[in-house]
Write a protein that binds this ligand. Sequence first.
Ligand code: DGP
Length: 150
Amino acid sequence: MEDCIFCKIIKGEIPAAKVYEDEWVFAFLDLSQVTPGHTLVIPKDHRQDIFDYEDDLAAEVFRRVPRIAKAIKEAFPEAQGMNIAMNNGPLAYQSVFHSHIHLLPRYSEEDGFAMTFTNNQDKYSQAEFKQRAEKIGQAIKLKEDGDEEI
Ligand code: DGP
C-alpha cells in the first residue's frame, strides 16, 4: 500500500533491522526498542488490523510467532519472559496502520514495559457474564453459518 511505512520497509525503501522474512511475513526490530530485542512481526500483504485478517493469512502469520519468539529468547538468554501484544485501532494504541505483532522480551519489572489490567470481576453478576459470552458466541456462530468456520 502506498504511503504505508511498513509496506515501504518490506520493499526495502525504508531501512530496517530485519530479523526474518519469508513469503508471508516480515519481522524486524521495532525502532523504539522498548526492551532489547523488541521485534515486530507483520504480514507482507497490507492489512490494517486484526479485523482485516482472513483465516488463511491469520494461520500463516500467527503460526510463525512462536518460532520467532523462541529465537529472540535464544538470542537474549537474559530474558525471563515475553509479552506479545497487538494494538488494533487508535484507542488500543495502534499508531501504524499496517497490522503488527509486538514481541517484547522481558528482563525485569523495571525494563521499560508496563501493562495494566483492571480487575472488574466484582462489578458483574453471573448472569451478565453469561449474557456477554452468549453475545460473542452468537456472533461466532453467525460467521460459521455464513461459511466462515473458526
Ligand atoms: P503501535 O503503537 O502498536 O502501532 O506500534 C507501532 C510501532 O512501530 C512503534 O512501537 C514504533 C514502530 N515504528 C514506527 N515507525 C517505524 C519505523 O520506521 N521503523 C521501525 N523499525 N519501527 C517503527
